[in-house]
Structure formats: C-alpha cells, structure tokens
Design a protein around this ligand. Structure first.
Ligand SMILES: [Zn+2]
Length: 265
C-alpha cells in the first residue's frame, strides 16, 4: 500500500502535468464510482495538485476538491492520448482535460475517488509529519499516556497520518527505539530522535520517489527506488547495517516489524 512518500511523489509529478488544464468531461467505468458521473465538472479547471494525508487531491477552480485514495493498487497516470490496450481492463475513471487525460487504473478496486466541497472536509484527523505543525512538542503531547507499543502507535492514522508499515520500522531503527516500547514511556531525548528520524526518513523516501514493493508506480508509470535504502524492513536474518547483529522480525497486531535488538532499546 502506498504510504506518504509514494502519494507525495504522485502528487508532485502530476502537478506540473495537469495544473491549469480545463476539465472537458469525466468518464466512469466502475459502478463503485458512479457518484462522480453525476458531478458537473466540465468547464472547471485543475488549479492545484497536492497530497492531503494519504490522498492525491486536485483543487478545481470552483474550489471543490477531487480526492483520490490509491489504496493497494490504484495508479493515476497522465496521458496525452488514450489508455494503452493492456491497461483498459483496470480503468476505473478517466478525467478528460485540455490536451490529454488523467486515468485512474486500479487492479484490486479498493481505491476511492471523491469530491469534496472544501479542503477542510478532506483533511485527515491526524497530524501530517511533514507539516510545520509536527514539532517535538506536538509529538510529545501526542505520545503522552500512550500505553500501546510505539510501532502500532505510529501506524495509527488518527495521531500521525501517512506512516505505514515499511517506514515505521525504518523510523524506529533510525531513532534507536525498540518497537515494543510503550509509546508513553519514551524519554524526551528519545522523542527528539523519533521526531528527527520521522522527518529524515520521509524526506529521503520522497527524494527517492517512494518505495516499490509490489504494485506502486508513480504518475509516470515508473517505480520508486527507496527499497534500495531500507535498513531493516524486509531484512530478517540479515546483518544490521550499523552493528552487524541479526535483524529480527516480530508480529505486532498482525503486521511484521523489523528491528535490530542491539541498536534499538
Ligand atoms: Zn544494530
């Protein structure tokens, strides 16, 4: 499932391709998205593309927002021409714009496309860890009293938004914090390290255009490269890149967590 860096990558790549283009029509190929076919979008224009939480959001000139949640296998691809032959089976939506189309392909069909009257309506509850509001003191407040383990705590979207399973393992490794530590037990130097690690792992992952595991492809149909930089995720039994100890895998709430028992305390 794409996490924050992958969604950010798609939004950043789409922005220069479709910002400023007028909307000609919308074509819905999946009954699950039929609510969109009732929307009058023709005559509107795309004025901004950005990531909001884990969604790619298109602001229209009427100030409405089209928000796309890619979920497992959703892909947003800009093409000047029609969809290619092999892609058509998975086409769920086509937004025809001046000079081309934005296609939404989705093999497993868990993705969503919705229209919102304003930005507030689509903004997630959790704090965005790339935003200015994400400070050490904001993180300290969020962690206060947290009894559950820090790894599943980081995955919860109502506190911090956009962190998924891959980056949570990487962030905790970078911060030197054991994944089973109760969230509320972190000391202030540890919270500072966690804050710094969250920022730096996300920044590097965005720079690498995200991580490609199974299906993620960015807006150009290419794949990210952050998988080459992963230090613990998916590296069970491999040596820790820092100390050489064996990387271990545990399950926390049915999700795999990878960590170094020596470096992470
Ligand atoms: Zn280590």
């Amino acid at each position: 499932m794409p996490e924050l860096p992958e969604v950010e990558t798609v939004a950043r790549q789409l922005a220069p391709l479709i910002q400023g283009r007028g909307v000609l029509s919308v074509h819905v190929y999946d009954p699950k998205l039929h609510a969109l076919s009732r929307q009058r979008l023709a005559g509107d224009a795309v004025v901004e593309v950005r990531r909001v939480g884990k969604q790619v959001a298109l602001r229209l000139s009427t100030d409405r927002w089209i928000a796309v949640h890619l979920r497992m296998t959703g892909r947003l691809i800009w093409r000047p021409g029609p969809a290619r032959g092999g892609e058509r089976a998975h086409l769920r939506l086509r937004l025809r714009l001046d000079g081309g189309s934005l296609f939404f392909f989705d093999v497993r069909r868990f993705g969503t496309v919705q229209i919102f009257a304003d930005l507030e309506a689509l903004e997630p509850e959790g704090l965005d860890p790339t935003s200015r509001r994400f400070t050490t003191s904001a993180l300290t407040q969020l962690l206060q009293g947290g009894r559950g383990a820090i790894k599943p705590w980081l995955l919860r979207q109502d506190r911090l938004v956009g962190l998924g399973n891959i980056y949570c393992s990487e962030i905790l490794f970078e911060a030197g914090i054991a994944p089973a530590r109760p969230a509320g037990s972190l000391t202030s130097p540890e919270i500072q390290r966690l804050h710094h690690a969250t920022r730096s792992v996300l920044r590097r992952a965005i720079r690498a255009c995200g991580t490609t595991f199974s299906d993620f492809q960015d807006a150009r149909g290419l794949t990210g490269s952050y998988q080459h930089y992963l230090k613990v995720y998916g590296r069970e039994e491999a040596p820790c890149p820092t100390c050489g100890a064996t990387v271990r895998r545990i399950e926390q709430q049915q999700r795999s967590t990878f960590f170094c028992p020596t470096c992470q305390r």
